[in-house]
Unconditional design. Sequence first.
Length: 117
Amino acid sequence: MAAAFADHLAHGHIHVRAAGAHNLGFVNPLVERAMKEKGITLHKPFRRGHIDENPVHVADVVVEIGDGLPDLPAKAHHHWVVRDPHGQPLDVVREVRDEIEQLVRNLLDTLGVPVSE
């Protein structure tokens, strides 16, 4: 969700990549539904595999959501603690979605990235 929000809100001003410690291999249908309610279709393959296979070593900003990732080099490193939407009902998924959207908006603002609505 964070990668999709960053890509959508920054409208091409940044390059977004995502990876994780655990690749589920599918998009949670409730996450997909909740994001579609915000006008974001999860069609881009942001999740490119395991974190070790992703070129985050060249990233300016790394955002870690949750725990369990190795120490990642970057000019700026942010750690966000949000609930895992997996296995949660739609109302909780929406709350997580909205929390992540606000975190992404705050980060883009801090970075001086123009945000489109």
